[in-house]
Design a protein around this ligand. Structure first.
Ligand code: LFR
Length: 480
């Protein structure tokens, strides 16, 4: 038939899912086959991913998905597994929130100044970029034994197919790729003593990545051959591919554990001003660049909910909606909020330190978080337009945060621009569409987005009132 089915494995920091996308010439439907928690595990050596648990979740999901024409995998970025000469995994992949990278950046900058690093890679400073993780791991037993490094989606693809590759969009988050050539930054790696032969050859979104191994077919009950297709394996690359823009000039905010806010560009912005503003140039589909800033995102709220014993979110958001706006805000772009634990206290401390009222109740803290996120969204959207010299008429919000109507409305208010929110499962949809395209079903990126605009439920939020109050709150933060 002309309708084909694709399984999209999408792994987020707190949950994984296997979605099935059915794509026809003028239809696109997504259903959930399986959802499973992704719980970071703290062991004596530090914070680790339970990657075998994730793989088991993927197998369960494929079983639940039933017959599909192809499978694609995307996940969060920067993290990896190491394999020995036999292809066996050497230990549990380290979580990007692990503290092993504390103080490492300074060591790297002593060898290659931050300005040069930015000019060569276009990547914002984040302590967890793979480059810093590899520097932190330099003398570890595991790295000495390692013959191969596979990024998380590439590792799972390897387990499914037996074939190794390094998908480009995710490779760009290692900080070892030159965004102009879209190839490895050999000179830089050499200066830092990083052995690029650890990485498997690059593959691009749409490339074939093997077929499910016989054992996988048996375990999932699927009939072979089932091809695995490389997608934009960085979840944010897949999510931005699924921004339902229809020819307009847009900014996007991918919301979930993180908020990733910025623009899609044709070429990287590598200026010193851009570095100082901590904007990143990650690689996207079809030669595009994701010019964006990482904002702590709903992680701030997730960590508070955990501290409060998981109260009912709906009720809490209603209460937060009644708290007066912009009483206190924190810098939601601050890496000080990266590590887990004590989040309500850390937010209170930040408010106190900047001389603002200290939120006292969960509703007040929640309001402070949502106001702060909207403010950080405003700042990123404004800064990106200025630094890239490209202005926008609309802000698209995709991902988990689309469910948070208050956050969407506050973002519209703060930006002074209409917000179009949806789809929620953007990463899975981008994953599905890249597979469909590889199999000849949809056209270019613009064609993919037209299909999304026609088929997905979207909500529009108009900005209410002026943006002066947000400007004032930003100024308060800058002074604090
Ligand atoms: C979002 C994301 C971000 C990346 C962060 C860490 O899920 O992939 O794009 O900066 O996780 O990998």
């Amino acid at each position: 038939s002309t309708v084909k089915s694709y399984a999209a494995v999408d792994l987020g920091a707190s949950s994984g899912r296997v979605m099935v996308g059915r794509v026809g010439p003028d239809s696109l439907e997504l259903t959930e086959a399986h959802r499973f928690p992704n719980r970071p595990v703290r062991v004596p050596e530090g914070l680790r991913w339970d990657v075998l648990g994730l793989y088991a979740g993927v197998l369960d999901g494929l079983k639940g998905a039933g017959a599909v024409d192809s499978v694609g995998i995307d996940s969060w970025a920067v993290d990896y597994g190491l394999l020995d000469a036999d292809g066996a995994l050497l230990g549990n992949p380290v979580h990007y929130r692990d503290s092993r990278t504390d103080g490492i950046a300074e060591k790297v900058w002593a060898a290659v100044p931050a300005e040069e690093l930015y000019a060569a890679t276009g990547l914002q400073y984040a302590p967890f970029n793979t480059l810093y993780q590899l520097t932190a791991a330099r003398d570890s037993g595991q790295i000495m034994q390692a013959e191969r490094l596979l990024m998380i989606p590439d590792l799972l693809t390897y387990w499914l197919t037996g074939e190794q590759g390094t998908e480009l969009t995710n490779a760009s988050t290692t900080q070892l790729i030159d965004p102009r050539t879209r190839d490895w930054a050999h000179g830089l790696a050499e200066r830092l003593g990083i052995d690029l032969s650890l990485f498997a050859p690059l593959r691009r979104p749409g490339d074939a990545a093997g077929v499910l191994r016989p054992e996988v077919l048996e375990e999932t009950g699927l009939a072979g051959p089932v091809p695995v297709t490389a997608v934009g394996s960085h979840d944010t690359a897949s999510a931005v591919a699924a921004v339902p823009a229809n020819g307009e000039r847009f900014a996007y905010i991918c919301t979930g554990t993180w908020s990733l806010a910025g623009l899609e560009l044709d070429a990287p912005v590598l200026t010193e001003e851009s570095r100082a503003a901590n904007f990143t140039n990650e690689l996207g589909l079809d030669g595009t660049v994701r010019y964006l800033r990482n904002i702590m995102g709903l992680w701030l709220l997730q960590e508070c909910l955990r501290a409060w014993g998981q109260p009912d979110l709906g009720a809490l958001l209603l209460d937060a909606g009644r708290v007066p706006a912009l009483r206190s805000v924190v810098d939601a772009g601050d890496a000080a909020f990266l590590a887990p634990g004590r989040m309500p206290e850390r937010i209170a401390e930040a408010c106190r330190a900047s001389g603002q009222p200290v939120p006292a109740t969960p509703a007040e803290t929640t309001r402070c978080i949502l106001d702060s996120l909207a403010l950080a969204h405003r700042r990123a959207v404004t800064d990106a337009q200025r630094l890239a010299e490209q202005s926008v008429d609309v802000v698209h919000i995709v991902g988990g945060g689309t469910r948070n109507a208050l956050l969407c409305q506050l973002t519209a208010d703060a930006c002074g621009l209409p917000v179009v929110s949806g789809p929620t499962e953007a990463a899975a949809l981008g994953n599905v569409l890249v597979q469909a395209r590889a199999h000849g079903l949809v056209g270019d990126l613009a064609g993919m987005r037209r299909l999304l605009t026609r088929t997905q439920l979207l909500t529009r939020y108009e900005p209410r009132g002026g943006t002066q109050r947000w400007q004032a709150a930003q100024a308060r933060l800058a002074r604090g």
